[in-house]
Design a protein around this ligand. Structure first.
Ligand SMILES: [Zn+2]
Length: 115
């Protein structure tokens, strides 16, 4: 991977980290415990609780995405980053963005070849 590609990848990671951080913050707000004494009718309280479980799941997902992006960012300047450990060919940028911890290209990963 050349320097221009690394820089581009790093920019994309940082962009997505900023977006993910915003999503985490708004989800954290949305998942604050539903106060039991809130003057909600029974039905709207159930609705609030079911929204909460949806948001909780989204929050878990957003946090794990953030961890992946963090890993990608910490590895972006390593010499082997973005190179398949099996065939030594470059890993597609889209794959790295989707799975920053991937160390194999799609072809090798789908063949289940080991390093
Ligand atoms: Zn490969």
């Amino acid at each position: 991977m050349d320097d221009a590609a690394r820089q581009k990848l790093k920019d994309r990671i940082l962009d997505e980290m900023a977006e993910t951080q915003e999503r985490i913050m708004s989800l954290e707000k949305a998942t604050e415990a539903v106060a039991p004494d809130k003057a909600l009718g029974r039905l709207s309280r159930l609705e609030a609780m079911s929204d909460k479980s949806v948001n909780d799941a989204a929050l878990v997902e957003a946090r794990s995405r953030m961890e992946q992006l963090d890993v990608a960012l910490s590895k972006v300047y390593q010499r082997d980053f973005g190179v398949c450990v099996t065939c030594r060919k470059p890993i597609a940028l889209e794959r790295i963005m989707a799975l920053p911890h991937a160390n194999q290209c799609v072809a090798c990963a789908s063949k289940g070849r080991l390093r």
